[in-house]
Design a protein around this ligand. Structure first.
Ligand SMILES: Nc1nc2c(ncn2[C@@H]2O[C@H](COP(=O)(O)OP(=O)(O)OP(=O)(O)O)[C@@H](O)[C@H]2O)c(=O)[nH]1
Ligand SMILES: [Mg+2]
Length: 256
């Protein structure tokens, strides 16, 4: 990373979290604070101690009554805007609260943005090493199908819809994100391609989650997520522009 450039960026971390008391404190503590200005945990009425633990560990907690992963992320971004109205020089990092991702990799994720090589950086669990069982068969299948469709419909090759990602805030605001639940990650990726953003993938490790799954770990959750993801892709294909063919593998930072 270009150290001199990094001093001019403000990094804000968003963590959607629902009943993650077992992991949220560890996730927050593992975030490299030297690069991070604020941490925003978006809670949707957790019935456990997620919110209080997050506060104890130094995060701002946003209570969003509207359930859903996307709603939580949107509420956290609204909180960021309240804290700092000016998007200039700001990066938002999205990170799950279940300790599946390794927060210490945040520096690698933001590095291509700081070096002005990318607008959006996706942590790819497919390019990285996943602990056995961390990605369920349905998650792998869903990823393959979604990334295949994105390639066919939009001409861009993603390897994953991983939740650990970094985006310039000014670019994020251009996307007009809307999805309130499981379509959030794919909506961002498709809209980024449609908007001709510079996108990179970097390999990230992925662990088995701590605590109970809310989305992909259950059959019903996977089906609902899968249907929603396909709807988002096809809706975007019907309404949006189709950019010239590019290949994300050309801009991927490379497999370790
Ligand atoms: N605030 C909020 N957070 C949510 C909601 N649903 C899921 N999350 C959080 O979003 C992150 C991803 O959810 P997970 O249950 O881990 O889903 P997943 O990663 O697809 O599935 P796993 O394989 O079980 O980890 C976690 O931090 C959850 O706590 C929700 O409705 N509201
Ligand atoms: Mg998870």
């Amino acid at each position: 990373m270009n150290a001199s450039a990094s001093t001019s960026w403000c990094v804000r971390v968003v963590i959607p979290a629902l009943d993650e008391e077992q992991s949220i404190g560890t996730v927050i503590d593992a975030i490299p604070r030297q690069w991070v200005t604020s941490i925003h945990v978006a809670d949707n009425g957790s019935r456990d101690a997620t919110a209080s633990i997050a506060r104890q560990h130094g995060a701002r907690v946003i209570e969003e009554p509207q359930r859903g992963y996307g709603s939580a992320c949107l509420a956290a971004v609204a909180d960021i805007v309240e804290v700092e109205p000016d998007a200039e020089g700001e990066i938002i990092v999205f990170l799950d609260g279940d300790l599946s991702d390794d927060p210490t990799q945040l520096g690698e994720l933001i590095s291509p943005i700081i070096d002005d090589q990318a607008d959006l950086v996706i942590g790819s669990r497919v390019l990285g090493t996943s602990e056995p069982g961390a990605l369920s068969p349905q998650q792998r299948l869903g990823n393959l199908l979604a990334t295949f469709l994105i390639r066919r419909l939009f001409g861009f090759h993603y390897s994953d819809l991983g939740p650990f990602r970094a985006i310039r805030r000014d670019r994020f605001e251009q996307l007009g994100m809307q999805d309130q639940d499981f379509g959030w990650t794919v909506e961002m990726q498709v809209k980024a391609v449609q908007s001709r953003f510079r996108v990179r993938e970097i390999p990230v490790p992925y662990r088995r989650r701590i605590g109970q799954s809310k989305i992909s770990g259950t059959v019903l959750g996977s089906i609902r997520a899968g249907v929603k993801i396909l709807r988002v892709i096809f809706r975007a294909a019907l309404s949006g522009t189709r950019p010239e063919v590019t290949d994300a593998s050309l801009c991927s930072v490379g497999k370790r």
